[in-house]
Design a protein around this ligand. Structure first.
Ligand SMILES: [Zn+2]
Ligand SMILES: [Zn+2]
Length: 306
């Protein structure tokens, strides 16, 4: 008998945590750099040491992404049977004659390079070719990052983020990454230190930086919004945000259609639609051209006027 057999949920949970950790590292790097630029630091004058260290972090975050994906694929295999994860021939397994159940962790498990093959052999549907390519590319891009001399991190960061989002959305098409990220921030130990007041600010800030970085097709694929369309505050994110310490200026919501009468906005952070009315903004000085108003939150989603 075997005890402590892992479940697919165990693997999914760890996999998502690792992806979140990787995202956290990359987002922090980008967010700090954006802040430095905001305060007038010329990126051309940042020391070589900074770029070296930044590249190291990116390689680490790539390795973590890779591991996260491996856990998620193991979860998929585990849904078929956890015993498919056991490698080695039976002669090398721990002995079943020691009088007690064998702990699953005592078995050697299959190598990362065999995961796809094992999955595709036993699953009803094999992974598609694009997924397999991306998975293999991820292993190779580590070297590329370490050896590229580029003053801009954007390309490399874009690749890591793209791989992470692509893999996540292929494995969990109905799951919004931004929502997972928000949940992870909420369950971070930092919330006990007061960061809970800033979660909406943080998640909106990093998402707006990353949306800026990705091309419109990818933004549509991963966040279900038209990057080029006019942007609006999400009434929920806005009301949750701490606006005392941070001028919350992240407009990530979009109207759900181009029709003039369209009366819903979609927020990629909340992964939810919100009703709006199309009336002129009532701000006193009349400077706001906004005509998308949230009645429930009584606010103009263009300027934030309540
Ligand atoms: Zn929102
Ligand atoms: Zn307004």
């Amino acid at each position: 008998m075997i005890r402590n057999t892992p479940t697919h949920d165990d693997f999914y949970k760890t996999g998502r945590e690792l992806l979140d950790l990787s995202w956290d590292m990359v987002a922090r790097l980008l967010s700090n750099l954006a802040e430095a630029e905001y305060y007038g630091i010329d990126t051309g004058e940042i020391s070589d040491e900074y770029w070296n260290l930044a590249r190291r972090q990116l390689t680490t975050s790539l390795a973590i992404t890779q591991q996260g994906i491996e856990f998620l694929i193991k979860g998929r295999i585990c849904e078929i049977s956890p015993y498919l994860l056991i490698s080695d021939s039976p002669a090398k397994w721990p002995s079943p004659y020691e009088g007690e159940a064998i702990d699953f962790s005592r078995f050697r498990t299959i190598d990362a390079q065999d995961l796809i093959r094992v999955h595709d052999t036993f699953s009803q549907a094999a992974f598609d070719a694009q997924f397999v390519n991306k998975f293999n590319e991820l292993r190779e891009s580590r070297n590329v990052i370490m050896h590229s001399i580029s003053e801009s991190l954007d390309v490399q960061v874009g690749e890591i983020i793209d791989s992470l989002l692509y893999m996540h959305s292929s494995l969990f098409p109905n799951e919004s990454w931004a929502k997972i990220r928000k949940r992870a921030l909420k369950s971070s130990p930092n919330t006990e230190l007061g960061s809970v007041d800033y979660i909406s600010n943080e998640v909106c800030r990093e998402l707006s930086i990353i949306i800026n970085l990705l091309n419109p097709a990818k933004v549509r694929e991963y966040f279900k919004i038209d990057k080029k369309a006019r942007s609006y505050f999400c009434p929920n994110c806005y009301s949750e945000a701490n606006r005392d310490a941070d001028d919350f200026d992240y407009r990530l919501a979009r109207l759900v259609s181009k029709e003039e009468s369209c009366n819903e906005v979609y927020c990629p952070v909340c992964d939810q639609n919100y009703a709006v009315v199309r009336e002129t903004c009532s701000v006193d000085d009349g400077d706001c051209p906004g005509n998308v108003i949230s009645e429930i939150h009584e606010m103009c989603l263009t300027c934030g006027h309540y």
